[in-house]
Design a protein around this ligand. Sequence first.
Ligand code: MF3
Ligand code: CO
Ligand code: CO
Length: 254
Amino acid sequence: MAVTIKTPEQPEKMRIAGRLAADVLDMIGDYVKPGVTTGELDRLCHEYITGVQNAIPAPLNYRGFPKSICTSVNHVVCHGIPGDKTLKSGDAVNIDVTVIKDGFHGDTSRMFFAGKPSIQATRLSEIAFESMWLGIQELAPGKRLGDVGEAVQKNVEKNNFSVVREYCGHGIGQVFHEDPQVLHYGKRNTGFELREGMTLTVEPMINAGKANVRLLPDGWTVVTKDHSLSAQWEHTCLITASGFEVLTLGSDNR
Ligand code: MF3
Ligand code: CO
Ligand code: CO
């Protein structure tokens, strides 16, 4: 899939889709508590997206994915399938929402905790969040994707955590996953050069242990090989003339 540059009227459509995706995460936060199942979180998001927002949950039937959101608990890195798993106190869950509105995609994820998280889970989530923002702050016309990768990787590794290599951010627009691939590791002044009007995600997955991951037999769920905790945050961003605009900010502006 090619890189796309948005036409002058398209960023507004991306803003709308981005805001809706963020609204879903704002909505679901209060439901993440001990005793809730990931399937119930999926059902609530599905109802909200289709019933309230008149939008489409992009994951549903995407390459055969069976649910409307991804719920990745504890050592699950990404693409966790919602189901009958009940959250218990201390569980950390990444909820990843992608909506399609008027043909355009908004893609964002955050970490949530059921009950009181461990110090390690809190720290891992904070470093994933901070690293995502350090990557986002590199975005501008003329900058290169290696600048993003290096900024993320340096911050993660300085804190003795590791960056997952197998999954990355991506261009996004009328297609869910477009080029370019946004790696969360790399070298400054290398890689794809950014241009105004591109939209892409920054979504580092970081592990408390080693970077290696394993795909479960369900064909979707990605876990850490050493069963260490994993965390991820994601925003959809627009490259503007002066730098970037984050299209999926939550009500708390994060
Ligand atoms: N939302 C994920 C991303 O950030 C992709 C999920 S694909 C699915 O790119 F099929 F697992 F939903
Ligand atoms: Co994404
Ligand atoms: Co996502």
